[in-house]
Design a protein around this ligand. Structure first.
Ligand code: ARG
Length: 588
């Protein structure tokens, strides 16, 4: 469906043309003075300069032309030259009715369907997921969902850190603990066991122990480093251990992501890019882009007009080892080969910005990625504790994601137990659904690049700008709909009616913007737009609900029309929730 702003523009363009003004000046926006009008057009201001007239004169002429349009209940020219309009309730009701008839609620899908890689999650294998990984997972998941809803072919890739020093550390720690394992017997020629020599809880203990040991024990650190190199060079026994680590750790990771309602199409990692590294290096050398500098191989990325000085991108260290940038570039080579994406979106901590500037520039300079392909780095800020510093456990350690979720769910559980609105058998599931929305909305409602304060008490509140508040509004609608069914039997339907009250109109005006908001959220890579919108719709619904009687309405036709309106409200809110990777419970 066409967006309301475009329909208004199409109505004003002929009015401009009729008075001899270029219709190209017409630009319609939501009013920034909702007390005065609903939409506004500032075209007369821009045209005034070109035609050397007073803006108010042009605005007046346009209004004169358009005043009988069936789209507007009011159109007026106001000083210094704004054209203010309010929508005709008949027109608005018809628009919403059409929206309700469409599966995607009137959203205009992208004309060009793109293949998009969203690189998010980024967990490091064998290290516990911590809150730093939370943001990437939560934001990336919503971007993937929004892109899909727009009709794009979106591929979510978790891009695991599965190839680094942590592997060497675990291997050498394992050698110290269980030297008799066949992996450490150089003369062993049999098959390696299918079963891993450790469980997930042992693995979770092995890595931190090894990491701590490496800090004080230099020989151990060197052994781990060598083991990592041997693993990367394909040494069979270490590959076998690595496979065990991967299998045990992945199972755990998948469970954790599933708890967050986050899922990936590709479970690839840095290790998958490894085979592409030699070809990549060769290419960069052949193109004359990579050159030796102090034994390392580097590519210059500075451009004229850069505000900052960007250091060259190192693609090979002097000892021959690949680096983080090498691995990301090789991954891009692989992605180009497999998918030839039209757009890349990376959802990673903003402290990695320089790394991605380097990687993107090398990818473009070398032609691995076409110049016009957008490569978007969505760098997110830090999740802080109430004290302003990075979020920690009570005793100052790094908070594990699992524990964070458990704490939130427990707090929500307490709350719904006190309120006594949720049937006993639904309590646990409901606490999980609410807890997840509290967590995700708390994160997503902030512009991603900003740091934010993690405040459980605020996030789980049923009031204010929170996920649970929006769920609460949805639950209220569900309950009205249920009571209506009991009251009237079957599913009597009536078209949405022209708004009769101010709050009804306000609700309708917010609903009609759904498609526009989703589009903006996608093109700006900004899920917080959807949060803002959900809050606006819920508030509008709440005001409407306070002012209009729905279940007590005696006129059945009028009642059915109101039911249609709140049914659409519910669909809009539920769809937004889904785009952000949340759900709403049945009771709360
Ligand atoms: N594993 C990395 C980390 O924890 C994040 C990976 C981000 N994605 C990427 N393509 N580099 O810091």
């Amino acid at each position: 469906m066409k967006r309301i702003v475009d329909l208004i523009a199409e109505e004003l363009e002929p009015a401009f043309a009729a008075r001899g003004y270029d219709p190209g000046y017409v630009r319609v926006t939501l009013s920034n003075r909702p007390d005065l009008c609903e939409y506004q057009c500032n075209g007369a201001m821009a045209a005034a300069r070109a035609y050397r007239k007073k803006p108010i004169e042009i605005a007046g002429e346009v209004v004169e032309e358009a005043k009988d349009s069936p789209l507007f209940s009011r159109i007026e020219a106001v000083m210094p030259g704004f054209i203010n309009v309010s929508l005709n309730p008949e027109f608005l009701a018809r628009y919403l009715q059409e929206m309700a008839a469409e599966e995607k609620l009137g959203l205009k899908e992208a004309e060009k369907k793109e293949t998009i890689i969203v690189d998010y999650g980024g967990a490091n294998v064998a290290k516990p997921l911590h809150v730093g990984h939370l943001r990437s997972a939560v934001i990336g998941e919503s971007i993937k969902r929004i892109g899909r809803y727009m009709g794009h072919h979106v591929i979510g890739d978790v891009h695991l850190g599965d190839w680094g020093l942590q592997m060497g550390l675990i291997i050498e720690e394992l050698r110290d603990r269980q030297p008799d394992l066949p992996y450490f017997d150089e003369s062993y020629e049999g098959e390696y066991p299918a079963e891993a020599p450790f469980t997930i809880s042992q693995l979770e203990e092995i890595y931190p122990a090894a990491s701590a040991k490496a800090k004080t024990d230099e020989a151990f650190r060197e052994r781990a480093h060598q083991a990592t190199l041997r693993l990367q060079n394909g040494y069979a026994p270490f590959r076998a251990i690595w496979k065990h680590i991967m299998a045990v750790s992945l199972q755990d990771l998948k469970r954790n992501y599933a708890n967050l309602n986050v899922s990936f199409d590709l479970w690839k990692g840095e290790s998958d890019a490894d085979p592409y590294i030699p070809g990549l290096i060769q290419r960069l050398v052949d193109q004359g882009l990579a050159y030796e500098s102090e034994g390392a191989l580097v590519v210059d990325i500075a451009k004229e007009g850069d505000a900052k000085e960007y250091p060259p991108c190192i693609v090979r260290k002097s000892d021959g080892a690949a680096l983080y940038a090498t691995s990301d570039l090789a991954t891009i080579v692989e992605r180009e080969q497999d998918f030839h994406p039209d757009r890349y979106i990376y959802v990673v901590d903003k402290r990695q910005e320089l790394h991605f500037i380097q990687v993107f520039r090398v990818a473009k300079k070398s032609g691995i990625v076409a110049e016009e392909t957008p490569m978007i780095f969505l760098g997110f800020g830090t999740m802080n504790g109430k004290d302003g510093g990075p979020f920690k456990t009570r005793d100052g350690g790094v908070m594990r994601l699992e524990h964070l979720i458990r704490d939130i769910n427990e707090a929500v559980y307490e709350k719904i137990r006190e309120k006594q609105k949720v049937p006993e058998e639904e309590m646990e599931q409901t606490a999980r659904i609410i807890g997840l929305a509290a967590l995700k909305y708390g994160d997503l409602s902030n512009q991603a690049t900003k740091d934010y304060v993690f405040d459980v008490d605020r996030f789980i509140s049923f009031e204010g700008n929170t996920g649970p508040h929006i769920q609460y509004m949805i639950v209220r609608i569900k309950s009205i709909l249920e009571k209506y069914r009991d009251l009237r039997g079957g599913e009597e339907t009536a078209p949405i009616r022209p708004a009769a009250t101010g709050t009804e109109k306000k609700l309708q005006l917010s609903l009609c913007r759904f498609g526009e908001v989703v589009e903006t959220a996608f093109y700006e890579t900004a899920p917080h737009r959807i949060c803002q919108y959900m809050a606006e719709v819920s508030d509008a619904f709440n005001d409407f609900y306070q002012e209009n009687k729905i279940l007590a309405e005696e006129d059945e036709g009028r009642q059915a029309a109101l039911i249609s309106l709140i049914t659409l409200t519910r669909r809009v809110l539920d769809t937004c929730m889904d785009l952000l990777g949340m759900e709403s419970p049945e009771h709360m």
